[in-house]
Design a protein around this ligand. Structure first.
Ligand code: PXP
Length: 242
């Protein structure tokens, strides 16, 4: 059975829209744990558009689940990772030039930089995963770079519009995933997974962990809205919901 890593970046996105204190990603992490999450994933972006440095520190101190930090191949963020010591780091593309057409980190073109960054992090005892396209050559390079894990980009699968396209993308994921596992890599997958499209991915042979954010947070907003309005309505009416 595959594990579930819950990406809580969107909670911070909402908070940053007001530069307010809520919603708090730490509270979101606790609720995700109660819901059965196996890991908490956050992305500290160079532009700090959602998760802030303090979030990384506080989550590191409070989250009991595995903490997976997504980050660009950047000296600044590597320093922060080495200071805060998440359990796992997933190297992702952030700058345009690091993005292949499908959107994974191109570890062939950027092998040297990826190697330097990955070596520092794994040397400190952090498990390093590389977010790459479902391409055997990218997986081969990830293996050469001595990554412990790969996260195969499921975006093209998620965006496939016809059954044929979806099957073709699933085949690519299957082939790259099979090769990764045969080389001893941990196989993670993610991006664009939803309640509708997750099942075939979860059933992929030896899929270790799926990282899902947008769909879970979107659903949380909708399934939680009725209760949130009811509670406010009671307060406005002068009674306490609590
Ligand atoms: N995996 C990686 C490497 C990501 O960068 C993201 C998005 O932050 C996800 C998984 C989650 O994608 P989504 O929000 O579409 O579920």
């Amino acid at each position: 059975m595959a594990l579930l890593g819950v990406n809580i970046d969107h909670v911070a996105t909402l908070r940053q829209a007001r530069r307010a204190a809520e919603p708090d990603p730490v509270q979101a992490a606790v609720l995700a744990e109660l819901g059965g999450a196996d890991a908490i994933t956050i992305h500290l972006r160079e532009d700090r558009r959602h998760i802030q440095d303090r979030d990384v520190r506080v989550l590191r101190e409070t989250v009991r689940l595995r903490l997976n930090l997504e980050m660009a191949v950047s000296d600044e963020i590597t320093r922060i990772a080495l200071q805060t010591m998440p359990d796992q780091v997933t190297l992702v593309p952030e700058r345009r030039e690091e993005v292949t057409t499908e959107g994974g980190l191109d570890v062939i073109t950027h092998a040297q930089r990826v190697q330097q960054c990955a070596d520092q992090l794994s040397g400190a005892g952090i498990l390093v995963s590389l977010f790459i396209d479902p391409d055997v050559e990218q997986v081969r390079k990830a293996c050469e770079l001595k990554a412990a894990a790969v996260e195969l980009h499921t975006g093209a699968y998620a965006e496939a519009r016809t059954r044929q396209q979806r099957e073709a993308e699933l085949d690519r994921l299957r082939e790259a995933g099979h090769y990764a596992v045969s080389q001893g890599l941990i196989l993670n997958l993610g991006h664009g997974l939803t309640y509708d499209n997750v099942s075939p991915i979860a059933r992929l042979h030896k899929a270790h962990e799926l990282n899902i954010g947008h769909s879970i947070i979107s659903r949380a907003v909708l399934v939680g809205l009725e209760r949130a309005v009811r509670e406010m309505k009671q307060l406005v009416a002068g009674t306490s919901p609590y």
